[in-house]
Write a protein that binds this ligand. Structure first.
Ligand code: ZN
Length: 257
């Protein structure tokens, strides 16, 4: 029952993510005006906004002018639902689940915007930063860490911020391949997830990036001169780290020492 509730919420949030992906790169408000057909400008009714089903029943066309909608809208909704479901099965309905689900959804938006425009808008990095800090403070407040006076998370976050930001700044300076958005995203993720996680995210994002770039080059989907955005690799690496980070780090420590 809870899984059903999580899925429905994830689909509705996915529908909102589409609005973000479409409007944030254009610097438009994500709350007003209400969604309308990109072709005939007719305002979409409640029925048109039902995730997935509205797309299936209208056969992916506008009910008023017949303009074709990209199936990507539905893909974003389904993707968000799938990612949330996996998180829920792993974590249950906990505060950490809510926090990770938020990060995941922002990363979905970053992935598609970076893919299309080769940018990671500041608004998205700032939203991660603000929610991340609030979450870490709440966690500190409500756990025994407060009574024992352990401020580890602040040190963890600070070192993570430095590692994430400086490492990618160095890579950007040396290779010229990394954008400002990538550097800011890594600094923010380091701050809110801690230094252990950001090291793993760095490692995984380069492995994933190398493998996928190689596949794109071999299949000639991308040429040697094409710029391949790095944001989606960071996003995927972060999701894997959120889910399996502890297991990977434990396994690594076990085999190394
Ligand atoms: Zn229309």
């Amino acid at each position: 029952m809870t899984l059903f509730f999580v899925c429905i919420t994830a689909l509705l949030v996915g529908s909102f993510l589409n609005v973000c992906i479409y409007r944030i790169p254009k610097n438009k408000s994500i709350v007003a005006p209400p969604s309308s057909c990109g072709s005939c400008d007719t305002r979409l009714g409640a029925l048109d906004l039902v995730p997935v089903l509205s797309y299936v029943f209208s056969k992916g066309m506008c009910r008023h002018c017949g303009a074709k909608y990209s199936p990507r809208y539905m893909i974003v909704e389904l993707l968000n639902a799938a990612l949330w479901t996996i998180l829920y099965l792993e974590l249950g309905l906990t505060v950490i689940f809510v926090f990770y689900a938020f990060i995941t959804s922002v990363l979905v938006v970053i992935t598609f915007i970076d893919f299309d425009f080769k940018i990671i808008p500041d608004r998205l990095n700032v939203s991660l930063l603000v929610v991340g800090i609030i979450f870490n403070l709440l966690l500190f407040w409500f756990t025994c860490a407060q009574s024992t006076g352990r401020f580890d998370f602040i040190i963890d976050g600070f070192i993570g911020f430095l590692i994430g930001g400086l490492l990618f700044l160095a890579i950007a300076v040396v290779t010229g391949a990394m954008g400002g958005g990538d550097i800011k995203l890594m600094a923010v993720l380091g701050l809110i997830l801690g230094w252990q996680s950001i090291l793993l995210i760095t490692l995984l994002s380069f492995v994933i990036g190398a493998v996928i770039s190689l596949i794109l080059l071999i299949t000639k989907i991308k040429g040697r001169k094409d710029e391949i955005p790095f944001g989606p690799f960071i996003a995927l690496a972060t999701y894997i780290t959120i889910l399996f980070g502890q297991e990977i780090i434990n396994y690594y420590l076990l085999t190394m020492f």
